[in-house]
Design a protein around this ligand. Sequence first.
Ligand code: ADP
Length: 603
Amino acid sequence: MKGSRKLRLAPLWPALAALAVMAMALVFLLPPLFERSVSDQLLDALRLVERAVAPALGEPPRELQARVTRLAADTSLRITVLADDGRVLADSDRTWEEVQRMENHSGRPEVLQAHQQGSGRSTRRSATTGRRYVYTARTFQAAAGAPRHVLRLAQPLDELAPMRGRLLEAAGLALLATLGVIALLSTWLDRRLLQPLASLIDGAAALAAGRYDRRLPVPEQRDLADLARAINRMTGRVEEQIAAVEKERDHLQTILASMSEGVLVVDGEGRAVLANPAFRRLLGPPGEVEGRLPFEMVRHPQLAAVIERTLAHGEAAADEVVLDVVERGAEAEPRTVALAGSALRIPPSGAAGDAKGNPGGVVVVRDTTQTTRLIQMRRDFVANVSHELKTPLSAIRGYAETLRDGALAEAATARRFTGRILEQCRRLQEILDDLLILSRLESVEIPLESRPVSLRRLAEGCLETISPYAEERGVRLLALPPGDDPPPLTGDRGALERLLLNLLENAIKYNREGGEVSVRVASTDGGSELLLEVADTGIGIPQAALPRIFERFYRVDKGRARDEGGTGLGLAIVKHVAQAHGGRVEVESRHRHGSTFRVFLPL
Ligand code: ADP
């Protein structure tokens, strides 16, 4: 715990600094103070010595020397008497002979100062004795009018060195004691404050790293405990808020992911902020979309145009895009999407919204292929129906007009024409019947009946019904092979009969004279499906037309089919009936050799 060690040592530094300052003060400031106080005392002592020396000034110099030596005996003091000109008259540390040889002392700093101010002091090493002294000097006169003398008193500073040693010793001891106290103090601080604080710091770092499930331990110390509890409360709230934000984000993402419409959100500059899976599926931008411009993502300029218009005017813009053209059977069908852009009111994230405050926009992409196809189919259907109805109607009108304009008079012609009119009316009737069946099959409101139907019995009945027509066309209907009797199927008997009759009718109609038609029923796919097969030896269907023959009004050979009285709706009904029963139709055909239609119906 690096931080904690730093914290533990923190109180040590000021204490050490204070001690160092104290030691410096002791070692460097005390000796001068001491010297000063010694010199003050010496100056006071000078007055006493002055009184003792003054009477001897009139005596012979030897007497003066003896008196001075006596005075200083048994003291550490040194007494020097100088004449006004600086000559040494007596010195307690020297013999009389030595005094005779002593140099003039008028240049000594304390003497010079005494001459100027009456008294002087100085601390230095003595040139005469070689020891360090505190010197003090005063000028004095034994009596008024008597010659002026200088009295000097000196004390060696030999005691100062041991004193300094003792001072250093005391400072060292104080330092040790302080260190001890600091050690005790910091251990106490460490246990009470620093360790809990360090664990709070660790916990807070974990929180900062996003581990919101962690809670800080609550220390004993009251303030720290309050702090830990406050942080824990705050963490709890942050955790709740993050959970709420995450939930909302997941919710939004689920909604966006489950939408069938593609959604692209762009910022104020038109750069993508997010795109949902449907958008990628519909417009297929490869890789990341975030931060990319529309033309970098997809190659449809309309997308960029819609985004630009939306952002520029701040209002909705729409467009339709043909993505590509896919082959659907024999026809090519365009795949289309509708684009709708609208301006965002609130920025979707901090990233959206540029410096000018444009919040960006959202573009919704909807696959309109199916709708377009349905619209197109309805349009084709109406055109086809009108076309189909137009031919018989104009024929009827033609015959009726001819009759009105005189043909009625000729009985034979009139009969022939009314016969034609009846034929065309039957044809109209057939078309309308087929259309009604188709619309009934397509409508959700009228459900098909659900009753058990035996396909074999149904097929036999239909073969009987259609046999006069087969005979008329010279086509042989083969009886069902014996033994084929799969279990009954649940369905609409009427609709299934229509299916079978339509297939049989076609098999006879598009056959040749002497041709054959056979029917087979069987169970397939391990008994889960029933097969109903109608095969003929007729004209067959060209390969290219195969995918389209189940479309409404589609005929391979329009002239022939119409001559045969076909409505072009028969196979559309077959397909619808099969699908309404959950089944499917397949066709296999060789041009000019015959066709086989297979209907698979689940049991
Ligand atoms: P239509 O009423 O004209 O027969 P259908 O929907 O029953 O209409 O059939 C569509 C077209 O499929 C027919 O016009 C015909 O060209 C072709 N077709 C259907 N069945 C056969 C078949 N068994 N043999 C040959 N062509 C067939």
